[in-house]
Design a protein around this ligand. Structure first.
Ligand code: MGD
Ligand code: MGD
Ligand code: MO
Length: 748
């Protein structure tokens, strides 16, 4: 039998024989399906599944909960009723003894496709009914961009969904300068699910139309199909862009009319650029010292950009670094100086090699989701400050012009995310993670976050329940069919929270009297209402369920992004205070932050090549997204093994870097710095900087000695090495890519 399913890397048909998944088939709908679907074949019905509810022995048997043994303890299986009773009792206790802010249900993570059994939505709906919790704002992906861009140009949501399409780039641009490249491996993935992968065909189309691509990245392989490669030190793109800006200003190659009519505050930025104030003109030779690209190359790049219809783009990775707000602001500043913003296919945009929907011309539509209600505490922290929250109750931090004081967290509830994947400096996280009284986790597999919990509820995967896949960037809705029975004793996230809701006397409020299937129909009906407002008629729910998919009608071609603003900036004001693109922001300036000034600026990070700490650790570590996985998901599958060697994640380094350290290709190596150490398998690539090493994220955290923080990590999880500081007092995003390490051959 074949069953339709959806993942956040594509829609597939799953072939099932005798309740076993035997194959996963691509759909004809998809011009460029992702092979990541293969992970479902052995990954779903795997020995790593959590069979039944489990409680950590030390938590169960010791009055002090043996918190120091969290992550290093054994588990005791319990029947569902007993485990639910324990969790409910503990939630009751914390909620009664403290303010509900003492519960952290931020629960960041991608979970899986399926709008109803979306783990966080279910968790939030339940928690909101029992008084709410501390939550988390923004994402690990784009926090710095999400916070700075509304001050400069537009809300992030608008940018992501509405910015220039690949078709427009092909039609209107002559030159694309891609900071961080356009790594097509990342476009396999799109949040919530993706039907048609358009990025690779879109990029190929632009290339065929004669668009020249310049990749600016420490790693050449980031630019599939590029014409030219410029390789700065990681984290120094802002200096390089400033060097370019200086040439435009000094050689009068900039569009002063555009800067006056459409931008606010260029004069402030110009003073900084020319060094009137700090005495340091941001010349190409100044930039060259920082980014290690020749001054002549910088000047020549500036001149080329000024003579062509240019599109500037940056990978999201650039802003996942200390001062990550700056590359976003500086890219926009440079594009405004060039003056092409709002012309077809020109200007600026973010993330064209980040997720598969960026630059697609699919209709955008707000499909209905599960209503989560309101969080009665109304309180959240910036998502990447989780370790600070756990470690420093009572401390106050700045965030986007506000002040946030951390509460004392007594209970963590996580569903649908893996902080032992996503957070930086895991040895530091562990110290905080062992402070609360109780950690509750819903997970299908014994992932690290499940291993580091006290009460673990086994969740079904999407193949064990019905659901609907529908995302705001995708014109399709798909039926997700239950293909196999729930494995072992697993229950859906909805059923788990139903069990808890009953114990809080909020069952009726939680379910509103609906079965899971009735909820799907309800969500569909709410989408019908939204559609009707746009003169679109959706079929009945029954018909949708029979047909298994529905595609919204094509819409008339979107009006070129920012073209109306370009044509008439007064009639089409932006959301900024001036209505223009703010190259200087009075608002940000008034926050008086040292690490985010009123205009784009070069700010020294805590560590970088050629800068602080490089005498101790001479290599920059980049931790990009993995080609053979989504984050840490299905790391246990045979497909994910393609990114491993001898059981370790593969680290890529320049052959000269290996040679200088006596490392041969294929051998096991140890990466280390003052924060931690991990093993990996060495792979050489001579098309990258000699002072950079690349270890993708996602290997399951496996410390050799979980009882003590800091022990050698065995699988190759780079987050034992990364730096855990906020991007700045503005966004407080994660700074994963600000990281120096050393590497050595490993023999044990
Ligand atoms: N060093 C470094 N670190 C990074 C990054 C980086 O670039 N460098 N990138 C960051 C970014 S951009 C992101 S988005 C994060 C990603 O971090 P996460 O989103 O936390 O990572 P995932 O591995 O996708 O975690 C999803 C979890 O949900 C579980 N799950 C799946 N389906 C279900 C379900 O139906 N129910 C329940 N209860 N659970 C389910 C999976 O088993 C998995 O454990 O990582 C961040 N971390
Ligand atoms: N296959 C797959 N695809 C994914 C994901 C996945 O887990 N697997 N995760 C998805 C998610 S959640 C997100 S947020 C996006 C992330 O999308 P991005 O953040 O854009 O992707 P990354 O792979 O982290 O980084 C892209 C490239 O930037 C380069 N780079 C890093 N630092 C610098 C720098 O300082 N300067 C310059 N010039 N280049 C730099 C790296 O070499 C890297 O290959 O990817 C999505 N796509
Ligand atoms: Mo992300």
């Amino acid at each position: 039998m074949k069953y339709r399913t959806a993942t956040q890397w594509g829609i597939y048909d799953v072939v099932v024989e005798n309740d076993r998944i035997v194959d996963v088939l691509d759909l004809d709908l998809d011009p460029n399906p992702s092979p990541l679907g293969k992970a479902l074949i052995d990954g779903v019905q795997h020995k790593a599944r959590i069979a039944r509810p489990a409680v950590r022995r030390g938590w169960l048997e010791n009055s002090d909960r043996a918190k120091h043994r969290r992550g290093a303890d054994e588990f005791v299986d319990l029947p569902w009723d007993e485990a639910l009773d324990l969790a409910a009792k503990e939630l009751h206790r914390v909620s009664n003894e403290y303010d509900n802010r003492a519960i952290f249900a931020g629960s960041y993570g991608w979970a899986s496709a399926g709008r109803f059994n979306h783990a966080q939505s279910q968790l939030h709906r339940f928690i909101n009914l029992i008084g709410g919790s501390t939550r988390a704002a923004n994402t690990y992906s784009t926090a710095a961009a999400q916070v700075i861009l509304p001050h400069v140009v537009l809300s992030w949501g608008q940018m992501e969904l509405e910015q220039t399409t690949w078709g427009e780039i092909a039609a209107g641009a002559e030159l694309v300068v891609a900071f961080g490249g356009l790594p097509m491996r990342n476009t396999q993935v799109a949040y919530g699910g993706i039907t048609e992968h358009q990025s690779e065909p879109g990029l190929a189309h632009a290339r065929a139309a004669g668009v020249e691509i310049v990749t600016v990245s420490p790693v050449r392989g980031d630019g599939d199909n590029q014409d030219r490669w410029i390789s700065p030190r990681p984290g120094t793109d802002v200096a390089l862009m400033l060097g370019c800006a200086y040439v435009l200003e000094a050689e009068n190659l900039l569009d002063r009319a555009f800067l006056t009519s459409h931008c606010a505050g260029y004069e402030h930025f110009r003073k900084y650029l020319l060094g009137i104030g700090d005495g340091q003109p941001k010349t190409p030779s100044w930039a060259s010292e920082i980014c290690d690209v020749e001054a002549a190359t910088i000047a020549e790049l500036a001149r080329t950009m000024a003579t062509k219809r240019t599109f500037l783009t940056a990978a999201w990775s650039l802003q996942r670094a200390q001062h990550g707000e700056q590359p976003c602001w500086m890219l926009i500043t440079l594009a405004c100086m060039l003056g092409h913003v709002g012309r077809t296919g020109c200007g600026f945009g973010f993330g064209y090699g980040a997720e598969g929907f960026v630059g697609s011309d699919s209709r955008r539509f707000n499909w209905a989701t599960l209503p989560k209600g309101r969080n009665p505490t109304g309180f959240h922290i910036p998502v990447a400050r989780i370790a600070d929250l756990l470690l420093h109750p009572g401390e106050t931090i700045p965030y986007d012009g506000q002040e946030i004081t951390y509460p004392d967290i007594k209970l963590i509830y996580w569903a649908g995310g893996n902080p032992f994947h996503h957070h930086q400096d895991l040895n530091r996280l562990i110290k905080g993670w062992r402070r609360p009284d109780t950690v509750i986790v819903n997970e299908p597999w014994w992932t690290p976050v499940a291993q580091w919990a006290d009460i673990v509820f086994p969740a079904t995967t999407q193949l064990e329940r019905d659901d609907i896949c529908a995302s705001s960037h995708d014109p399709y809705a798909h039926v997700m069919e239950r293909a196999i029975p729930p494995q072992n004793d697993a229950r859906s996230d909805h059923a788990i929270f139903k069990g808890l809701a009953a114990r809080f006397d909020v069952l009726d409020e939680f379910t509103e009297g609906r079965t899971e299937h009735e909820w799907l129909a309800n969500m569909w009906e709410r989408s019908q209402v939204t559609a009707a407002k746009q003169d679109i008629e959706l079929p009945s729910f029954d018909e949708f369920w029979r047909e298994r998919k529905f595609k919204l009608p094509e819409e008339p071609a979107r009006v070129g992004w920012l073209s109306q603003f370009r044509a008439d900036p007064n009639a089409h004001r932006l959301g900024t205070p001036s209505g223009k693109i703010e190259l200087f922001s009075e608002v940000v300036n008034a926050f008086e932050l040292e690490d985010c000034l009123g205009h784009a600026s070069w700010l020294e990070p805590e560590e970088r090549l050629g800068g602080k700490a490089s005498d101790k650790f001479p290599l920059a570590l980049l931790t990009p997204q993995p080609k053979y996985r989504l984050h840490s998901q299905f790391d246990h599958s045979a497909y994910a093994d393609l990114g491993k060697l001898n059981g370790h994640e593969i680290v890529t380094l320049h052959p000269d870097t290996g040679c200088a350290r006596g490392i041969v290709e294929g051998q096991t190596v140890r990466l280390y710095n003052e924060r931690g150490a991990c093993l990996a398998a060495a792979n050489f690539d001579d098309q990258m900087r000699v002072d950079v090493v690349v270890l993708p994220t996602g290997a399951w955290y496996r410390p050799s000695d979980p009882s003590t923080a800091g022990s050698l990590e065995l699988n190759g999880n780079p987050n034992v090495l990364t730096l855990d500081v906020g991007t700045s007092g503005l966004a407080q995003g994660c700074s994963a890519n600000t990281c120096l390490v050393e590497i050595e051959s490993y023999t044990a």
